[in-house]
Design a protein around this ligand. Sequence first.
Ligand code: NAD
Length: 356
Amino acid sequence: MSDFWCDKKVLVTGHTGFKGSWLCLWLTSLGAEVTGFARIPPTTPSLFDLARVGTGMTSLIGDVQDFAQVKKVVTDYRPEIVIHMAAQPLVRYSYQNPIETYATNVMGTVNVLEAVRMTDSVKVVVNVTTDKCYDNKEWCWGYREDEPMGGFDPYSNSKGCAELVTASYRNSFFNPADFAKHGVAIASARAGNVIGGGDWAEDRLIPDIMASCLKNTDVTVRNPHAIRPWQHVLEPLSGYLTLAQALYEQPTCFAEAWNFGPNDMDVKPVQWISDYILAKWGNGLSSLLDQNPQPHEATFLKLDCAKAKARLAWQPQWTLSLALDSIVAWYQAYQAGADMRDVTLSQIQSYPFNHS
Ligand SMILES: NC(=O)c1ccc[n+]([C@@H]2O[C@H](COP(=O)([O-])OP(=O)(O)OC[C@H]3O[C@@H](n4cnc5c(N)ncnc54)[C@H](O)[C@@H]3O)[C@@H](O)[C@H]2O)c1
């Protein structure tokens, strides 16, 4: 990675969210000149506020559904690299709010790519989608990048649509064959179930467990047998950084879709995660089964990451146990009133990556 990120002008959409906050802290610590564009933090508390993420970067509050706003940000700040993460990212919320989910996730992506098309500063775009974009066959094999898009619920489907939008913009406007004319390399990145300190989103496993631990109450688990590709937030973020650098340095070689998921041994059921965290937290708390009827969620989901390993030399660095240990340490530090910017930055520094 060397000093690639030093002084690079980077636009991160969704910087007030969980992943965006980690990414902006990481990028600013690497010396990048970061502009963020997003709605206000989606939760209270938020990692964005606790870790004072807006310090040392330009933080702009706005809506990706509004093309004029997005275009103004890209035109005014002239980023070289755009990492698009702003989204409505919750499956259960998407059942209640499908219009908002599609408007943000699909038209928001169109607006960002269209704004990029109308400026000449941008060299690289990484569009962040999800493992849920695939047509889920509930089989035991990991999905490869060239498998069909799908998505049962509005969130998953909106991300499948965002992938198709990205592919269309690449074919139509940012085609690698015509790179000399447009100068833009565009790729998409599909991560697994991302976990880490500082997530307070509704109806996500780790925030639900940690909220119970902080209140010292038993945990209610919804789908104990659902199997997911869990990974610490720094894993996919290292994938996005690696991919963005590769696109910048060899623009015609990497402009495609990429999976960044965990190793097979870390694809575990919900109950395993809950048991591990409760044992680590150590107050004798138990998990209880939520008996209420639940909307459809995939039971089995796994990514095949052979391509990123072979061609980007990217691979997961932390085992699931190490990831969960760091999460428990993060929330225990929060409970003890520690400075969460320092705690988060020190976890970033401890992640094996070239931080120079
Ligand atoms: N957390 C996960 O497990 C996971 C897994 C795979 C992919 N992803 C993807 O990663 C990205 C970030 O997810 P997250 O977990 O940090 O979510 P989050 O809810 O914590 O953050 C979402 C961000 O998007 C912003 N946003 C939402 N609607 C917006 C709008 N209309 N205009 C502008 N900004 C808007 C929010 O303000 C926030 O900054 C999303 O694209 C999500 O789909 C997340």
